[in-house]
Design a protein around this ligand. Structure first.
Ligand SMILES: Nc1ncnc2c1ncn2[C@@H]1O[C@H](COP(=O)(O)OP(=O)(O)OP(=O)(O)O)[C@@H](O)[C@H]1O
Ligand SMILES: [Mg+2]
Length: 263
């Protein structure tokens, strides 16, 4: 069976600077990956490559068995669900939550008429329910809180029944309760064998839901560590990644990281 994602020596160069620097990385079916790295490390750039929206300057990329450059990206993109800040900004604020999720089924950001298939509406409602958004379906997207908006975007990303789901900082800006709620929901999704392959970008190990299996750490566009969470999510790797001494601990199925006190 081919890999869900395979990058070989991928570089993205802009203005003479490598935003991604010879990144090699592969994801097998059933794996759920977390990407960790400081601001500007290249995490979002990497997701843009993985979602076929950005072609690398060098190297080869295969997504869901198709080689970027040889496949029609318009066939590939519906197979990939993306939830991130960039998408949030493209969506009309006046549209209702239900419409926001529904338009994904038609590969658009805005509604052009109200003529949706009932079956799509039912699917949208089911995803919204799974994300705890049932009470908000008629609210305008622009009036949602940060947490409600994030949950709507994840429901939207699920709408095309993607084989690969990419989440860029889904818990950023959430309060403690909102974060814990989202981690629980993502954990449920990550452990569902029928759910798509998942890649989640985050800055905080506290946001890693149980069920995520692998971690990729990047710094200045370079891969620092990649592999199973148990072996790679170590104090040493995390300290190198963020450039300061950190202690990472596992508490049951969750992780925490703290800086060492100054001497
Ligand atoms: N089109 C572009 N042209 C030039 N530089 C760019 C371009 N897009 C991104 N960059 C730069 O590439 C670097 C990596 O950006 P990227 O958005 O991938 O970082 P990130 O790891 O997602 O950071 P953050 O945690 O802040 O979201 C940044 O320094 C950014 O300024
Ligand atoms: Mg980013």
């Amino acid at each position: 069976m081919s890999d869900v994602l395979e990058l070989v020596d991928v570089s993205v160069v802009r203005d003479g600077r490598a935003l991604l620097d010879e990144v090699s990385w592969s994801i097998k079916e059933g794996e759920r990956w977390v990407i960790l790295g400081p601001n500007g490390a290249g995490k979002t750039t990497l997701l843009n490559v993985a979602s076929s929206y950005l072609f690398p300057t060098r190297g080869t990329v295969s997504i869901l068995g198709d080689r970027l450059g040889k496949v029609d990206v318009f066939d590939l993109r519906p197979r990939i669900g993306v939830a991130g800040v960039a998408m949030s900004e493209k969506l009309p604020k006046r549209q209702t939550v239900l419409q926001t999720v529904l338009t994904a089924a038609y590969g658009m950001t805005a509604t052009w008429n109200e003529d949706y298939e009932e079956v799509d509406k039912d699917r949208a409602l089911a995803f919204l329910d799974r994300l705890g958004m049932t009470e908000y379906t008629d609210r305008r997207f622009g009036t949602l809180s940060e947490g409600e908006r994030k949950r709507t975007l994840i429901a939207r990303a699920m709408m095309t029944d993607p084989e690969l789901l990419l989440l860029d900082e889904p818990a950023a800006g959430l309060d403690l309760g909102g974060r814990e709620d989202l981690v629980r929901r993502l954990g449920r999704l990550a452990r569902d064998p029928l759910a798509p392959s998942m890649i989640m970008v985050t800055h905080h190990v506290e946001e890693i839901a149980p069920g995520f299996t692998h971690v990729l750490m990047i710094r200045q566009g370079k891969v620092l560590a990649a592999g199973p969470m148990e072996t790679e999510l170590t104090s040493r790797n995390l300290s190198l990644c963020f450039g300061l001494p950190l202690v990472v601990e596992r508490n049951g199925q969750r992780w925490t990281a703290t800086g060492l006190p100054l001497k």
